[in-house]
Design a protein around this ligand. Structure first.
Ligand code: NAD
Ligand code: MG
Length: 299
């Protein structure tokens, strides 16, 4: 899906095709390399304007989907970019690390499991050692596993979702803030699910609501340090999260078609929101949540 020019004025309802996936699932975590149809991370289209020149960024889940598109955009805007991902996502990560390097900035690969607090501290430490500071922290890694039946949600699954989506964000942010100068930006990844939770995403939607509250509270406590904290809340975006048990097969086939724009979004359409929140263009914006939802607006 790279034939579209994201800058040319055009009808957003037809800018990208409806996905019409065949409903086939991948094991968790999904691989972008196995996505059919392919997702667009802006590889062919994103044009940087130097808006993040010289900044140092750490993005969790930067190997695929929204994090990958954000990594490419940040690199082309002039930032050095560290990406964290799971070791089994090496193939996807190598593709994105190469894109970062091609933009003429530094990349850093951080494979591991963010459910582990020690690893969360380590990725911050390694980023600071390699780049000197952290000017942009994007907490983006996430786990979403659909389960329609409350009785089948095990304590282990509930806990895993919270460890991945909420605890890791807490651990990484806590370790990163001492290395963040005034002007730095923290961007968390919430979801439309924080506001319009679906049955079947009980644990996931609960973590996303927690991320919204975390974002607003932290923004107020870090404001006087000159560190801004915001969130992006995507609607249905075509990423490996969805065909790796994020949705049941029957929902996957019509994924995103119930939005006012009538189609799912692509990662390349979400990344510019992160660029805006990371850059000085959003200097008076903190404690805010930007929806990128195809019209399924936040309240
Ligand atoms: P994705 O699968 O491409 O990205 C999620 C990433 O999280 C994975 O690539 C993986 O590297 C990382 N991850 C998961 N568990 C991890 C662990 N234990 N340790 C280290 N890394 C881990 O899918 P995506 O849709 O781009 O997801 C990015 C974020 O966007 C997530 O927080 C997700 O909840 C959120 N989001 C996605 C959608 C959507 O429709 N795709 C909608 C709203 C919010
Ligand atoms: Mg991935």
């Amino acid at each position: 899906m790279t034939q579209y020019d994201q800058y040319a004025m055009q009808d957003p309802t037809t800018q990208y095709l409806k996905v019409n996936a065949d409903g086939s699932l991948q094991p968790e975590p999904g691989l972008d390399a196995d996505m059919r149809p392919k997702a667009d991370h802006g590889e062919e289209t994103y044009r940087g304007l130097g808006r993040l020149k010289g900044r140092k960024a750490l993005i969790t889940g930067g190997d695929s989907g929204i994090g990958a598109a954000t990594a490419i955009a940040f690199a082309r805007e002039g930032a050095d970019v560290a990406i964290c991902y799971m070791p089994e996502e090496k193939e996807d990560a190598e593709h994105i690390l190469a894109e970062i390097e091609q933009a003429g900035v530094k990349s850093l690969a951080l494979p591991g499991d963010i459910k582990d607090e020690a690893f969360c501290k380590e990725i911050v430490q390694k980023t600071v050692e390699a780049f000197g500071s952290i000017d942009i922290l994007v907490n983006n890694a996430g786990k979403q596993e659909f389960e329609a039946d409350l009785q089948k949600i095990t304590t282990e699954k509930f806990e895993d979702t919270f460890r991945t989506n909420v605890f890791a964000m807490f651990w990484i942010t806590k370790a990163a803030v001492p290395h963040m100068p005034a002007g730095a930006s923290i961007i968390n990844t919430a979801s439309i699910q924080a506001y319009q939770p679906s049955p079947g995403l009980l644990d996931y939607a609960s973590t996303k609501a927690a991320i919204v509250a975390f974002t607003k509270s932290l923004a107020k406590s870090l404001a006087q340090k000159g560190i801004r904290v915001n969130a992006v809340a995507p609607g249905p975006i075509w990423t490996p999260l969805q065909p790796s048990h994020g949705q049941p097969p029957e929902k996957l086939q019509e994924f995103g078609q119930n939005t006012p724009l009538g189609r799912p979004g692509q990662p390349a359409e979400v990344a510019p929101a992160y660029v805006f929140l990371a850059s000085q263009e959003s200097s008076y914006i903190t404690a805010e949540v930007i929806g990128v939802t195809g019209g399924q607006h936040l309240p």
